[in-house]
Design a protein around this ligand. Sequence first.
Ligand SMILES: [Zn+2]
Length: 219
Amino acid sequence: MRSRISAKIRIGRTPLFNLCGGHPALDLVNSLDYRFSDRERLDLLTSYDDLLRFVEQTQLLDGRQIRELAKAADPAIAARILRSAKELREAIAGIFYAYVDDRAPTADQIRILEKNLGYANRRRELRWTKPMRGERAGLKWSWGSSEREPELPLWVLAQSAARLLMSDTMDRVHACAHESCRWLFVDTSKNGTRRWCQMRLCGNRMKARRFQARRASES
Ligand SMILES: [Zn+2]
């Protein structure tokens, strides 16, 4: 491991992704660390298991769903889905950075997101849910029999990205001002002046990831 960073810290055998982006779609983009530096670029999404951990850590899927998917994963299918996840991530990244840099994304980037949304829309089912935990009964989207399909992480990530991209929150999506970082985040500060992915780290020109990697190695 290079000394400089790890946004995905291994504590024991469990890698944790750095979620300082404040939204699953942005944290997904940030999982290709130093994406604009040929010399330092580091992909933190290295297996289907990583993808499952990411959607669990960002609460797009719950522990029960993750365990079902992990059990059913065939190595060849898992490898194909990892490739699709990276293709989706790069398309989403292209669209977010186009927005942040005030230019248009490419037609291919939009088409890849649209393709994944199309798959998701064809699998989801409307269900009438019974009242539970104080909530009223009502209509909800469900994955039904598609819940165990290994592509499920792709669908929830595409939906999550599309929701953000088509929301007013986009006005608060910024890239870290540290030029070799450029991680994306939702600026939730009162006056909208946040400049860094993590103030005490990129702000102080000391990377969050280095700091955390050191803490992880000490624990
Ligand atoms: Zn940063």
